[in-house]
Design a protein around this ligand. Structure first.
Ligand code: NAD
Length: 299
């Protein structure tokens, strides 16, 4: 298939590489030149602009930081910077894999539908490890017809492909999941710091908790204490990974969903405050497991 891929960051680059690996013809675009050059080296074509990358595409996939970027790409920023939807002369399937507010997703989805185009929100879970291994979980919102068209493409990048409901439902499910992840990661960091301050070895404590009732995904694959897990973000000075700023964004999205639905999210609010504070202290561009630092202050 002819696929346009927009947004080659920590997640987008390995996802596009897996599409190439599966034999798709991929044309890429990012604002960062080097990211495009790296993908060219793996067999991708380079688009001179997002519009150029999408011109012949059967499927357009975007993987951008936040809602403003996704709205800007599809709907445009102003008269001088029109959106993709205005320029498309054919009918590709649109898949946005970014994590953004369901309202933003629905706005883009409605504009696409008004032009006769199918749009899927398909946020992912599984982190950079999952993106590299092609084992991501895709949580998809959109029509049955759009889901059936998109599933074979998503299978080249992921292992579990869920249909959550109509456009926007993928984002709601993803935001619930990331609120839980924020709570689990900060809780795990808190428990590790408590043990270490009471004389325990963080690796020994991690091994015990993994096999006990506190076991969770952070302990299994994303241990926040440096040196406990080979290859983890913590073991490479929290460089790359899932940025603190992105987790703070997702917890903010959870807070907005809660306000709208009059739901109570006391644990999510606490996690949001912790990650916002951590970001404000200069750790926004570090992996989110660096929340461990908050508990090690004064060491
Ligand atoms: P990132 O910041 O590493 O990458 C975003 C990329 O988008 C950058 O390369 C940037 O240059 C590019 N970009 C921004 N505006 C653009 C535009 N107008 N046109 C073309 N390119 C543009 O972010 P990421 O970690 O890859 O995350 C992307 C999305 O996936 C976010 O919504 C995030 O919340 C979500 N997500 C990330 C992870 C993770 O572990 N990193 C996991 C699950 C979901």
């Amino acid at each position: 298939m002819n696929i346009a891929f927009i947004g080659l960051g920590n997640m987008g680059s390995p996802m596009a590489a897996n599409l190439l690996e599966a034999g798709h013809d991929v044309c890429v675009f990012d604002l960062v030149e080097d990211s495009m050059t790296a993908l060219e080296g793996q067999g991708a074509r380079r688009g001179e602009s997002a519009e150029a990358a999408c011109r012949d595409a059967d499927v357009i996939i975007s993987m951008l930081p936040a809602g403003a970027h996704v709205r800007g790409l599809y709907l445009g920023v102003d008269d001088a910077t029109p959106g993709l939807l205005d320029g498309l002369a054919h009918e590709p399937l649109l898949i946005d894999a970014s994590t953004i507010a369901p309202e933003d997703t629905q706005r883009v989805g409605e504009a696409a539908a008004a032009r006769g185009l199918s749009y899927l929100d398909a946020p992912v879970s599984g982190g950079i490890g999952g993106a590299k291994a092609g084992t991501l979980t895709f949580i998809v919102g959109g029509s049955e017809e759009g889901f059936a068209r998109g599933k074979p493409v998503l299978e080249a990048m992921g292992k579990n492909i869920f249909h959550a409901g109509e456009v926007g439902a993928g984002q709601v499910a993803k935001i619930c999941n990331n609120m839980l992840l924020g709570i689990l990661m900060s809780g795990t960091a808190e428990a590790l710091a408590l043990g270490v301050k009471n004389g325990l070895d963080p690796a020994v404590l991690s091994g015990i908790m993994r096999q006990s009732s506190g076991g969770n995904w952070a302990l299994d694959v994303y241990n926040p204490w440096p040196g406990v897990m080979e290859g983890s973000a913590a073991s490479r000075d929290y460089q790359g990974g899932f940025l603190t700023d992105l987790m703070a964004k997702d917890l903010g999205l959870a807070w907005e969903l809660a306000l709208k639905a009059r739901a109570s999210v006391p644990m999510g609010s606490q996690a949001r405050n912790l990650f916002a504070l951590h970001s404000a202290q200069g750790s926004g561009q570090l992996d989110f497991s660096s929340i461990q630092w908050l508990y090690r202050a004064g060491e």
